[in-house]
Design a protein around this ligand. Structure first.
Ligand SMILES: [Zn+2]
Length: 233
């Protein structure tokens, strides 16, 4: 079944349901970039935020075309190995690393997700390299370490054990990242946001249940007033 919908209609529906923004996701948004561009411009005019969920493969032309309309982006960094990108993703790693830097540096809220696949990209060395790369751009970048489940073309690998994700979480913390989140698996502590300065739990997450204890208007810790990275208004 196919659905025909215009950018104007998407923005109208988002407003009607009381959404605060529109996320362009599941299909890679850069492959329908003109549509996201037109939608994002209209959404911005209506006070909505625009969020890209991307593989980080935007060309420089695409980057320039959308950068003024995107408030936040989540980029998948699948691995820190050139071979993994070539063999498993059939792609190159360099554009992904460059786009993480570029989007962060122009002030688009940039977050990174790594899907951790047992035996392929879960070594201590590789996770450390990813975390250290992110710190080299900024320790503010939130890093999501997500659980893999066997599906589609990769059914011969077991789901990611919780302990592997905790290991990645600890490696990220040690490398100096301030915000790390375990995803795709239940972990209420390691999916919550803590103040990097005083340790106060600011956003408690349990699945889709969210409890907020921070000054959202200012984006600051409710206890020590530390500025928390993110788009808060
Ligand atoms: Zn604090």
């Amino acid at each position: 079944m196919s659905v025909t919908i215009s950018p104007k209609e998407i923005v109208r529906r988002a407003k009607e349901t009381g959404a605060k923004g529109i996320a362009y996701t599941y299909n890679e948004p850069a492959i329908f970039v003109e549509f996201t561009h037109d939608t994002a411009i209209l959404a911005k005019k209506e006070g909505l935020k625009n969020i890209y969920v991307s593989n980080g493969f935007e060309s420089d032309e695409t980057f320039k075309y959308i950068r003024d309309y995107i408030d936040a982006i989540n980029i998948d960094l699948k691995s820190f190995s050139k071979d993994y990108y070539i063999k498993v993703c059939k792609a190159k790693i360099e554009p992904v690393l460059n786009n993480i830097k570029k989007f962060f540096q122009i002030g688009v809220e940039t977050e990174v997700t790594t899907l951790i696949v047992p035996g392929l990209n879960d070594s201590k060395k590789e996770l450390k390299s990813i975390a250290e790369f992110l710190v080299s751009v900024s320790s503010d970048i939130p890093w999501h370490v997500s659980a893999f489940y066997p599906t589609y073309k990769m059914t011969d690998i077991f789901p990611t054990p919780h302990s592997t994700l905790v290991n990645a979480y600890n490696i990220g913390k040690k490398a100096g990242l301030k915000y790390i989140y375990i995803g795709n698996i239940r972990d209420t502590v390691r999916s919550s946001t803590f103040c990097p300065k005083c340790g106060q739990c600011l956003i408690k997450r349990d699945g889709y249940d969210v409890k907020i204890d921070m000054d959202l208007g200012k984006g600051k810790c409710s206890k020590c007033a530390e500025k928390i990275y993110g788009v808060w208004k």
